[in-house]
Design a binder for this molecule. Sequence first.
Ligand code: NAD
Length: 500
Amino acid sequence: MNSTFSEPVDWSAAVAHSCTFKTSHFIHGEFTPSLSGKTFASVSPRDGRVLAHIAAGDTGDVDRAVLSARQTFESGVWSRRSPRERKRILFDWADLILSHREELGMLESLEVGKPISHATTNDVNGVVDALRWYAESLDKVYGEVAPIGEEALVTITSEPLGVIAAIVPWNYPMILAALKFAPAMAVGNSIVMKPAEQSSLSMLRIAELAVEAGIPAGTLNVVCGLGAEAGAALSQHMDVDKIVFTGSGPVGRLIQKYAAESNGKAVQIEAGGKSPHVVFEHAGPLDIVAERVAFSLCYNSGQTCSAGTRVLVARSRHEELIEQLRKACSAWIPQDPLDPLSTMGPIASELQLERVTGFIDRAIDSGSELVMGGKRVLLDSGGFYLEPTVFDNVQNHLEIAQEEIFGPVLCVIPFEGFDEGVRLANQTRYGLAASVWSDNLSEGIRASREIRAGMVWVNTYQRSDITFPFGGVKASGHGRDRSLHALAEYSSLKSTWLNL
Ligand code: NAD
């Protein structure tokens, strides 16, 4: 593997031509520095260089953003605008985002090391799809009339909750933010976004484009900063109606505590996973299975909440699968994310790289067999690159099989028979996603029913779309992003009795 970039790209030149860095909070339609004047450094995982100094928000900045969101909501400039008008403006916003595809993709690639070809397509398209889909739904969702009889007319209508706070992680900064702000704003709420400290730039630019598209100032505010400061202040705020969170389980539970200790605000949590592929004896061709496993492991450098990082395989197919996995994972080679041909960039931060290599070292110490990978590469670049890593004959109780690693690290666990496969699949505290590989129809359907997860794929992995819900059970959280079901997360039902 190369020790330097194959085709160096001068990102500073690329940036100068295609993007500007906005580094302050975006409150009531304006970029505003922190009241404290504090900033933090945003480091590019591509080469370890400091990209920008971003405003570090705390209680004072959060207060300003929530006040702006509350006043805007109460004024009705957005919340009481006709659904059709909200729809038109959301469509304009989506078009503007699309016309800034290169810039937004570049920001995301520089900040979190996403391959530029993925950032400018999948990630930008994900935001645009979410906005258009929820905008389109706006004037098609009707209320209800209760079957009460002759004495009254009882209507059941849906209303926006008010002020939503959203805290999101760095692995898909734009998409995960859009899955919150698109449904929330479609139904008329105002929102305060807190991006992860590793990935503020794209969210700030998207917020600026919202105002340019005609969304009233104060409807979408962005407070940047560290989780323990800006994030905690937002979760504890007394005037936030609901907090929606995507991130790690421990922080999710902290947010539930903050909500309970403050104003009892509603909470939605999308936390992590340790999702299994269950490869049964009757699985189809294993080169296809291995290709999909490698994709679910290496896409976004394994930093995907639903990454399928535990492969449970019927003992009769074990050796063949390992051979196929060697081939399929070798096709994923960490490269400069700004290289247009790159499909795998670095790990998003040095801290995260150290966390992942710590898991690898402890797995080796605990006797798991390292089949391939395990090493940091492209060291001369100054960035944080890691090879796809596969462990075999892992015991399911070990840390490497139970903890969410959030990097390209796979463990393979052989099993005997259907019951053991399903039992091992469920032997995790998580329940976000799973996949079942079998050409035996009833085996596939039975397993998909018996595995406890919010999303089960049969004979594929990681297919997602805005049209169906996504979220977990058990420690993976509760509530759902995507689909019409997500609208319920941002609305409350009102029953009105009209006496006849
Ligand atoms: P994280 O929980 O550390 O951080 C997520 C967000 O929470 C960041 O914005 C951070 O600043 C904020 N935060 C941190 N401490 C906080 C505190 N004390 N109070 C309030 N906010 C705080 O997670 P991460 O490392 O950024 O992201 C990776 C995690 O996200 C993984 O566990 C992954 O599985 C999960 N994730 C889940 C989904 C899903 O849909 N289920 C999607 C993507 C990522």
